[in-house]
Design a protein around this ligand. Structure first.
Ligand SMILES: *[C@@H]1O[C@H](CO)[C@@H](O)[C@H](O)[C@H]1NC(C)=O
Ligand SMILES: *[C@@H]1O[C@H](CO)[C@@H](O)[C@H](O)[C@H]1NC(C)=O
Ligand SMILES: *[C@@H]1O[C@H](CO)[C@@H](O)[C@H](O)[C@H]1NC(C)=O
Ligand SMILES: *[C@@H]1O[C@H](CO)[C@@H](O)[C@H](O)[C@H]1NC(C)=O
Ligand SMILES: *[C@@H]1O[C@H](CO)[C@@H](O)[C@H](O)[C@H]1NC(C)=O
Ligand SMILES: *[C@@H]1O[C@H](CO)[C@@H](O)[C@H](O)[C@H]1NC(C)=O
Ligand SMILES: *[C@@H]1O[C@H](CO)[C@@H](O)[C@H](O)[C@H]1NC(C)=O
Length: 351
């Protein structure tokens, strides 16, 4: 009896020590990663936004997440924010959403030193705000002092994935208020404003995921008369990539210490679609019903595919966990400039 109690006590001590060790590696020594963008990187921000229609905190989302929890990720499991930070090291999952840290104030100070996820489903460059980051920057500087705070923010990494919603909105709005060329310039100028704001607050290392071939997502194919990709959307995505690339080159020439990695999500996804590498189905959504108005949201009761890892697309817009893992591996480690340049995210992290 006594020895069982002792064993039990030892086990408790072991667990406590282990959790302290885990907390200190996660809480003290990692250099933060800050995440900005849309639903591809949202890990639950929109659960905290009243009346927000773009939410994923319901099944079947999360069906392959630990405990089959629907956390707000638009995925069957992890999303690209999780898979990228895991490979960059020091993280099991994406940093927590800013709004969840604010809501549970007790976690705020510890949380922000682990990085913060500001991404929100439905966000576009037009509506993106770096105001929340300004608060976090102020808090870090207040807690560490100016010189240590600035140093930490300069070593931190800032990851972006945004622009798809702007293209969708532009191409669905009539009459057009801009030509496609003006639209791309407008979007690039808007990106420049956000990046310069962050730079002025101390950010130096920018990891940019450019816009995927949204004309090939299941929602777009469903709307196209013969089920092929919608070229207009893909043309805009490619034009944006070229323009963002020019912007990043210019910024790294004009802003001292500005470093970047630009992932060509368009080429990455297209090479998977064209060669079907790793997937049996690169066309349809794993979770959605056909309806006369288009594909449905991923909700409980709609069609759900059995083998999620066979699919590139989880729902009508978003990749599966498997696709996110594959994308992260390329973005973090690939040496192929057709996919990520001038350096990969892994090298940027260490730069
Ligand atoms: C949310 O919707 C409810 C019911 O339609 C409405 O009463 C409330 O004002 C809305 N809240 C916000 C923040 O828009
Ligand atoms: C508080 O932070 C810890 C560690 O960062 C995390 O595991 C936990 O889920 C957070 N709590 C809430 C309510 O977000
Ligand atoms: C963070 O900064 C904001 C804005 O300055 C302030 O209102 C808030 O109290 C700060 N939070 C902490 C935990 O210091
Ligand atoms: C982009 O276009 C919108 C809509 O016309 C305009 O409000 C905004 O100021 C433009 N942004 C830039 C950076 O030019
Ligand atoms: C599909 O439809 C589009 C637009 O109507 C057309 O441009 C394209 O050639 C068609 N593709 C095939 C394979 O039929
Ligand atoms: C980058 O700089 C070149 C040369 O000054 C200019 O022509 C180009 O428009 C700039 N590109 C962007 C996206 O600002
Ligand atoms: C993207 O792929 C196309 C076709 O494979 C290739 O021609 C192009 O150079 C690639 N883009 C970049 C930036 O490498």
């Amino acid at each position: 009896m006594e020895s069982r109690t002792q064993k039990h006590a030892l086990l408790v001590i072991y667990v406590v020590v282990l959790s302290i060790l885990t907390t200190s590696t996660n809480g003290g020594t990692i250099v933060p990663i800050f995440i900005f963008g849309d639903s591809t990187l949202d890990v639950g921000t929109n659960n905290h936004v009243a009346n927000c229609s773009s939410r994923a905190d319901h099944p079947y989302n999360g069906i392959d997440y630990p405990g089959s929890q629907a956390t707000g990720r638009f995925s069957n499991g992890l999303n690209t924010a999780d898979t990228i930070v895991q490979l960059l090291g020091g993280y099991d999952l994406s940093p927590l959403p800013y709004l969840s840290l604010v809501e549970d104030g007790s976690n705020f100070t510890r949380g922000i030193f682990n990085g913060v996820n500001f991404a929100s489903g439905g966000a576009g460059l037009g509506k993106l705000t770096v105001q929340q980051f300004a608060t976090v920057q102020g808090n870090i500087t207040a807690l560490l002092g100016k010189s240590k705070g600035d140093c930490l923010l300069q070593k931190s990494m800032y990851i972006f994935s945004v622009g798809s919603n702007d293209i969708m909105e532009y191409s669905l709005t009539y009459p057009r208020i801009m030509t496609p060329e003006q639209f791309v310039i407008n979007l690039t100028d808007t990106y420049a404003i956000h990046l310069k704001n962050l730079y002025s607050m101390g950010a130096r290392k920018f990891g940019i995921l450019s816009i995927p071939p949204i004309g090939c997502c299941p929602a777009a194919r469903f709307a196209s008369p013969n089920g092929t990709c919608i070229n207009e959307l893909n043309d805009l995505a490619r034009a944006c990539h070229a323009s963002f690339e020019s912007l990043m080159k210019n910024m790294s020439c004009t802003l001292e210490g500005f470093k970047y990695s630009l992932a060509n999500t368009y080429n990455m996804t297209m090479s998977v679609i064209n060669q079907k590498i790793g997937f049996k189905d690169v066309v349809s959504a794993c979770c959605a019903d056909n309806s006369p108005f288009g594909l449905s949201e991923c909700l409980k009761g709609v069609h759900l595919c059995k083998y999620r890892d066979d699919y590139l697309f989880w729902d009508k817009f978003h990749p599966t966990q498997k696709a996110s893992k594959l994308a992260a591996a390329v973005v973090v480690s690939s040496q192929d400039p057709a996919f990520v340049s001038p350096i990969n995210f892994g090298s940027l992290r260490k730069a």
